[in-house]
Design a binder for this molecule. Structure first.
Ligand code: SF4
Length: 257
């Protein structure tokens, strides 16, 4: 249980789960603790994410602190171009350099982090706690058994329109063309956002095979997005929501293996 001097820090990722987790943290601790809600601006998210953030500020009754990277212009493509890779076994550099680095500079010792893990993600929380017994985290959605669909419904019941990406059928409000997506997801991005899809193709042309995200299931060879064949289009493909904290949790898990 956090002491009264502890800061409770919620990371708002412009997704429904982090919105509800933040609202619940305010309900649980807003009267007794310093609850901070932070967001990392990313230029590659849909512009409607900013509308959603403003609506949630009204719902929360307080402003959200927006952190913004300046080294890469908060742009994932700039990260990939300058770091010369798109993803490796430790994850994607965009989330590390555009989100985690900002949080590292902002956080204070003793902060308690609010994880937006949903009830479907109990195993991720268990793994994190097992491997980080000295790190204080709160998971209000799991504590209340709330799943992803519950969170969306709660946001709508609060009179807030879900982010445009959800309304198109996507599973989250990550960047348009999130590099954690699979083939079906990228077929959907190719249809809905051809310009952003072409930007990633162009990057892969520049960086070469090391930047390719997908493998041929038969030959096991990597192939570029430009060579993505026809097949199922999956807007609702499950992709982890991109947040500072989930990324920290996953990175810590990989580092300890
Ligand atoms: S949403 Fe995807 S592409 Fe955007 S920063 Fe996170 S991991 Fe990178």
């Amino acid at each position: 249980m956090p002491t009264e001097s502890t800061r409770i820090v919620c990371q708002f990722s412009c997704g429904a789960a982090s919105a509800v987790a933040s609202r619940l943290a305010l309900a649980d601790y807003g009267g007794t603790h310093d609850v901070q809600i932070i967001n990392a601006f990313i230029a590659n998210e849909h512009e409607d994410n900013r509308r959603f953030l403003a609506d949630c500020e009204t719902w929360f009754g307080r402003p959200i602190t927006v952190l913004r990277d300046t080294k890469y212009g908060a742009d994932i493509n700039e990260v990939f171009r300058r770091e010369r890779y798109v993803k490796n076994q430790f994850g994607a550099p965009c989330t590390k350099l555009l989100k985690r680095r900002l949080l590292d500079a902002w956080k204070q010792p003793g902060d308690v982090m609010v994880f937006g893990y949903t009830a479907e993600e109990q195993d991720r929380l268990d793994t994190f706690r097992e491997r980080n017994p000295d790190r204080a985290v709160i998971a209000p959605l799991i504590d209340r058994g709330l799943g992803k669909e519950d969170c969306k419904a709660m946001v709508e019941r609060a009179g807030i329109k879900l982010p445009f990406m959800y309304r198109l059928g996507y599973d989250n409000a990550n960047c348009i063309g999130c590099v954690k997506g699979g083939e079906g997801y990228f077929r959907a991005i190719r249809e809905d956002f051809p310009e952003q899809f072409e930007s990633l193709c162009h990057l892969q042309d520049l960086l070469g095979p090391g930047s390719y995200l997908h493998r041929n299931r038969i030959t096991n060879e990597r192939f570029s997005l430009r060579n993505l064949g026809d097949g199922p289009v999956r807007r609702n493909e499950k992709i982890p929501t991109c947040s500072f904290f989930c990324e920290i949790a996953e990175a810590d898990i990989v580092a300890s293996m």
